[in-house]
Design a protein around this ligand. Structure first.
Ligand SMILES: NC(=O)c1ccc[n+]([C@@H]2O[C@H](COP(=O)([O-])OP(=O)(O)OC[C@H]3O[C@@H](n4cnc5c(N)ncnc54)[C@H](OP(=O)(O)O)[C@@H]3O)[C@@H](O)[C@H]2O)c1
Length: 246
């Protein structure tokens, strides 16, 4: 069942930079009526808000803090599409001195943050038969040892995304799991991926195409497509099959 962004109200976490900013630009181009930018520092969004002619509304949202998320959910009348894009990456292997701090931080933002978002916005999305999008990664499927704890958190987030799909689909809410490979953002640079990274626009375009189709999995860029090639049979036959068969 395709979803047309035109005329819809969208919320994007981490919309101030990187892939989230690209989502914001693409949602406006696709005709969204309103885009809520869920960011830690709304004051830094003034230029974007002004340039949008009132279509972008910056709201204070910290994935670490359920109160900020619930307060945004409570202040919005209608929401059709939630894109939980914000995420964090620490460069830490299982042998790094800060491995447990890194893991705790990434699990709090990348996994608990996802759960906080789903709990806050599911009731709203049920009212509009809306869509919940989660930014996962190729790292949800394969660990990269230099940032092993991040990969573990993205694997956990992908697992929770599947639970959300199984629980929300019967209530008319569609869930989409996006799995980029290396993308040219601050995070991509901090992970040392500049040489292979692709533009954030590749992710936005793939998400718009997925919204128009009925796909659950989205693998946008070159590396991601290679992963999908190898993973597709399992994904279609097991992950996307009925929950009772799992
Ligand atoms: N770049 C890649 O290669 C890549 C590949 C696969 C998946 N991803 C995923 O794609 C998503 C976006 O990544 P990106 O590359 O655009 O990252 P990025 O450039 O580092 O931007 C991260 C965004 O998340 C926000 N954020 C961080 N902690 C937050 C919190 N506690 N509450 C609310 N917002 C918070 C940041 O806001 P501040 O400006 O306030 O810090 C920023 O807007 C992430 O989920 C990431 O895991 C990225």
């Amino acid at each position: 069942m395709g979803f047309d962004v035109a005329g819809k109200t969208v919320l994007i976490t981490g919309a101030n930079r990187g892939i989230g900013k690209s989502f914001l630009d693409h949602m406006l181009k696709a005709g969204a009526e309103k885009v809520y930018a869920g960011v830690r520092n709304p004051d830094a969004m003034t230029d974007v808000v002004e340039a949008s002619g009132g279509k972008v509304i910056a709201v204070q949202l910290d994935l670490a803090n359920a109160d900020t998320i619930n307060s945004v959910a409570g202040s919005i009348d209608r929401i059709d599409l939630v894109i939980n894009n914000a995420g964090v990456l620490k460069v830490a292997t299982p042998f790094s001195d800060d491995v447990f701090d890194s893991l705790d931080y990434e699990m709090d933002i990348n996994v608990k943050g996802l759960i906080r978002m789903a709990r806050a916005f599911a009731p709203q999305l049920e009212k509009t038969s809306g869509v919940f999008v989660q930014l996962n990664s190729v790292a949800s499927l394969r660990n990269f040892a230099d940032f092993a704890t991040y990969c573990a958190s993205k694997a956990a987030a992908y697992s929770i995304t599947q639970a959300l799909r199984d629980l929300l689909q019967p209530k008319g809410v569609r869930v989409i799991s996006v799995h980029p490979g290396p993308i040219m953002t601050d995070m991509g640079k901090s992970a040392g991926l500049e040489e292979v990274a692709e533009s954030p626009a590749v992710v936005s375009e793939a998400l718009l195409a997925a919204l128009a189709s009925d796909d659950f999995h989205v693998f946008p860029d070159t590396m991601a497509k290679n992963f999908w090639q190898a993973y597709k049979t399992f994904a279609k036959g097991v992950v996307e099959s009925g929950a009772s068969e799992g």
